[in-house]
Design a protein around this ligand. Structure first.
Ligand SMILES: *Cc1c(COP(=O)(O)O)cnc(C)c1O
Length: 363
């Protein structure tokens, strides 16, 4: 079976280096925050072309802290796409604010900028754009709307470490960007981790305090805070892996290029890649009318598939209280019910890629 994602291949190739890094953390007993996290923060900020990066314990936390640092809370509304991993909405909910969903574009599957203005009310404070599947959303269009209405722009870049927009790595286009370093992401820690990038010193200091019990000076607590620090082992593993990220991303781009040009089955639709965007293909999602038959065909021919994501956010049980209905966001709903993720990771062999293309074309 060709897997959708096989983390073992990558981790075998860097095992020695990772274990050496773990040994240093162990010798220093720098398990929580500390020098190995700081070292990663410095190099990750450089990678994002931002002045600062703040490491935290996961990507959901990053979104939560972003909302807190922006002063968003009870009674506020934040606009997000209906087709994203649910955690984009959790950050908003965790501060007591309300997520307001908008539909995606039918072809790029990214947040549809032309739908944002009609969702803005006097309570709207921010828009969280998601670089879905590793492809940047239409940042220029969304930013223009945010500027016009005085809204904060936050990037959910959990799937997009190293993706480029107009030739520049994502992470510095809004007030802040939120990243997940969950093991399965393009840059994944050996453990749970997340982070934020920003050009603002003010946000950075606030985020550093919030993640550490609302404290700058030990045992003095300026506000109600959290324990959301990144672990030292996670930080050390991320510093090792960051060195390889561009080459892994480029291998994914090469595989995607082959899928995009060599899959020519008219029953299979792929994500449109606008000229300004340079995706890192965290996932390679296609849509097909008869998803079950397609998945069976793949599986009968030794190819695993996955679904990202089968239920759009506005129809999740957790958000039933918001009163959205089926049919509210037709493009997001179509995507949810017809999406199939094909195998996509840097260590796929050319032979495996040949097989995927062949089997998809024979459907
Ligand atoms: C993975 C992911 C998150 C959450 O990150 P965790 O580290 O799993 O908490 C948030 N948003 C998007 C779009 C994601 O893919």
């Amino acid at each position: 079976m060709i897997p959708c994602l096989d983390l073992k291949r990558q981790h075998q190739s860097i095992k020695k280096e990772i274990f050496e890094a773990f040994e240093k953390v162990y010798e220093n007993t720098a398990f929580s925050g500390g020098p190995f996290v700081e070292e990663f923060e410095k190099s990750f900020a450089r990678y994002c072309n931002t002045s600062y990066a703040v490491g935290v314990n996961n990507g959901t936390t990053a979104l939560h802290l972003a909302m807190m640092a922006l002063g968003i809370g009870q009674g506020d509304e934040v606009i997000i796409p209906a087709n994203t991993f649910i955690a984009t909405a959790w950050g908003v909910s965790h501060v007591g604010a309300t997520p307001v969903f908008v539909d995606c574009d039918a072809d790029t599957w990214e947040i549809d900028a032309s739908k944002i203005e009609q969702a803005i009310t006097s309570k709207t404070k921010a828009v969280i754009g998601v670089h879905l599947y590793g492809q940047p959303f239409d940042i220029d269009a969304v930013k223009q709307i945010c500027d016009k209405h005085n809204l904060f722009l936050v990037e959910d870049a959990a799937q997009a470490q190293g993706a480029k927009y107009n030739g520049v790595n994502v992470g510095g286009f809004g007030e802040m960007a939120c990243f997940s370093f969950y093991p399965g992401k393009n840059l994944g820690a050996c453990g749970e981790a997340g982070g934020l990038s920003t050009n603002s010193e003010k946000y950075t200091k606030h985020l550093q305090s919030l993640r550490n019990h609302g404290s700058v000076v030990r045992y003095y607590h300026d506000e109600i805070g959290y324990n959301m620090r990144m672990g030292g082992l996670e930080g050390a593993s991320l510093s090792v892996k960051l060195k390889y990220l561009d080459s892994w991303n480029n291998r994914r781009r090469a595989i995607a290029k082959r899928y995009l040009s060599e899959i020519n089955n008219p029953k299979v639709k792929m994500q449109k890649q606008p000229a300004k965007t340079d995706s890192i293909f965290h996932l390679f999602v296609v849509t097909v009318e008869n998803k079950d038959a397609f998945v069976k065909h793949l599986s009968d021919n030794g190819i695993a598939a996955a679904f990202h994501y089968p239920v759009p956010c506005h129809l999740q049980k957790a958000y039933a209280y918001l009163g959205y209905q089926a049919g509210d966001f037709p493009n997001s709903e179509y995507l949810a019910y017809h999406c199939v993720s094909l195998p996509m990771f840097a260590e796929l062999t050319d032979e495996e890629v040949n097989t995927v293309i062949d089997v998809v074309n024979k459907y």
